[in-house]
Design a protein around this ligand. Structure first.
Ligand code: DP6
Length: 364
C-alpha cells in the first residue's frame, strides 16, 4: 500500500481515555473519477473498480461535537450545512451512516451530535458535494466514536475504516480520504478492495495535474446518482462495460506509472464518453450533457490537433467539463478556456483546482 498523507497528525497516539464529550473537525476534498464508478449492488458494492484524482481546493470542513444524550433517543443529531439545517433526505443519509457505524461502535447510540459543515465551493456550481461531504462526515464521526470509547486505531487502519464508512454514505466519498489518487474496487491490484479505497501514487509527472472545471449548468442533476447507478442493473451493455473498465484500469495504471500522457488522455476521455454513452443507452435514457459541453469538446479537439498537449477532458454525471492538464501546458490551456468562453459570449464560472493530498484533521 502506498504511504498515506504524512501531513495528517495521527490522533491514535493519544492516551486511551474515554471522552464522554468533545469535538473534532476534518477537512476532506472532492475527487474527480478518471475511471468511472457507475453501477452498484448490495450495500454500496461497486459494479466495477474506479480510480480518481483527489482535488485540493474543493473540500468540505465538518465539525462534530458530541455529548451524552438523555437516554431516550439513539444516535440523534443536528446537522447544519452552511448555517442552514439540512433537509430530510440528507438527514436520512446521515442517520443511516450513524446506524451503520453504531454496529461497530454502540457508544454512538448514547451520544448526541451537533454537526456543522461548510463547503469551499458554492452549492450551485454543480460540483458533487457528496464525495467531500460524506467523507468529512465519516472521518469526524469515526474520530468521535474512537475518542468516546478511548480506543483509537493506528492511523492507516483509521483511514481505511473511515474510507469504508464514507463508502456506505456515498460510493465516490471513499476515494476522497486519500491523495494524490485513489483506487476503489477489487481486482485492480493485490490490495484494492470493494470495501474501501486505497491511496495511489503515480509517476511524478502526474503528481500535479491542474483541473479547470467549466460549469455549464448550475441546476441540480435531473437524475440523482443513486437512480443513475440503478440503470446499470439491467443494462444491455453491462458485461461490456465491466470488460471495458478492466482494460481501461490496466491501461491507465500503466500510463500513470510510466508518465504516458497519450494513453492517459485516450482512457480518461473514453471513460467520460462511455459514462454518458451508457446513460444514453439505458432503458430509461438519460441525457445530462448540454449543447455547450459538446461544443467545447469539438473546439478543444480542433484546437489541440497536432500540438501534443498534455490535456484531457472528463465529465461526471452532469454537463460540466473537468479539463485536466499538466503544468507545462497550463498557460496555453487557460488561455484557450478564457478565449473560448468569450468567443461564445458565455457567462460561465470556471473553478480552478489541482491534485490534492487527501483528508486532513484540524487541530486547535
Ligand atoms: C459519475 O458516489 O455520487 O461521479 O454511491 O449513490 O452516492 P452514490 O453515488 P456517487 O456516484 C458517483 C458517480 C460518478 C463517477 C465517480 O465518481 O466514480
Amino acid at each position: 500500500m502506498n504511504e498515506p498523507n504524512k501531513n495528517i497528525k495521527p490522533f491514535a497516539m493519544q492516551p486511551d481515555k474515554p471522552e464522554p464529550e468533545g469535538s473534532v473537525e476534518w477537512r476532506s476534498p472532492s475527487n474527480i473519477a478518471l475511471i468511472k464508478y457507475w453501477g452498484k449492488q448490495g450495500n454500496q458494492i461497486p459494479m466495477n473498480p474506479s480510480l480518481s484524482m483527489t482535488l485540493k481546493y474543493a473540500f468540505t470542513q465538518t465539525e462534530v461535537k458530541w455529548h451524552p444524550n438523555d437516554g431516550t433517543t439513539q444516535g440523534e443529531f443536528d446537522f447544519f450545512l452552511s448555517g442552514q439545517k439540512v433537509g430530510p433526505k440528507f438527514e436520512k443519509r446521515v442517520g443511516n451512516l450513524i446506524n451503520e457505524m453504531a454496529k461497530a461502535y454502540p457508544v454512538l447510540n448514547d451520544l448526541y451530535f451537533t454537526i456543522t459543515s461548510l463547503n469551499t465551493f458554492p452549492h450551485s456550481t454543480g460540483i458533487a458535494s457528496s464525495a467531500s461531504g460524506l467523507s468529512a462526515l465519516a472521518l469526524s464521526l469515526l474520530s468521535a466514536a474512537q475518542r468516546a470509547t478511548g480506543k483509537a486505531d493506528e492511523y492507516p487502519r483509521f483511514l481505511q475504516k473511515a474510507s469504508h464508512y464514507a463508502r456506505l454514505g456515498s460510493g465516490s466519498a471513499c476515494r476522497s480520504i486519500y491523495g494524490p489518487y485513489a483506487i476503489w474496487g477489487g481486482g485492480v491490484n493485490t490490495e484494492s478492495s470493494d470495501e474501501y479505497a486505497i491511496p495511489y501514487k503515480p509517476h511524478q509527472d502526474f503528481e500535479t495535474i491542474y483541473d479547470s472545471i467549466l460549469i455549464f449548468s448550475e441546476k441540480p442533476k435531473k437524475v440523482g446518482s443513486s437512480a443513475g447507478h440503478k440503470l446499470m442493473d439491467e443494462h444491455f451493455y453491462r458485461q461490456g462495460r465491466i470488460n471495458q473498465v478492466r482494460e481501461n484500469s490496466f491501461r491507465l495504471l500503466k500510463a500513470l506509472e510510466t508518465g504516458d500522457f497519450d494513453v492517459w488522455q485516450e482512457v480518461v476521455e473514453q471513460e467520460a464518453l462511455s459514462l454518458h454513452g451508457l446513460m444514453f443507452a439505458s432503458h430509461e435514457p438519460v441525457l445530462l450533457l448540454e449543447p455547450d459541453t459538446i461544443r467545447f469538446i469539438h473546439d478543444l479537439n480542433a484546437f489541440r490537433a497536432g500540438k501534443g498537449l498534455k490535456v484531457a477532458f472528463t465529465i461526471d454525471a452532469g454537463p460540466n467539463i473537468h479539463l485536466l492538464y499538466a503544468d507545462e501546458h497550463r498557460e496555453i490551456i487557460r488561455n484557450f478556456i478564457s478565449e473560448w468562453i468569450m468567443d461564445h459570449h458565455l457567462q460561465i464560472q470556471v473553478l480552478d483546482d489541482e491534485t490534492g493530498k487527501g483528508a486532513k484533521q484540524l487541530f486547535e
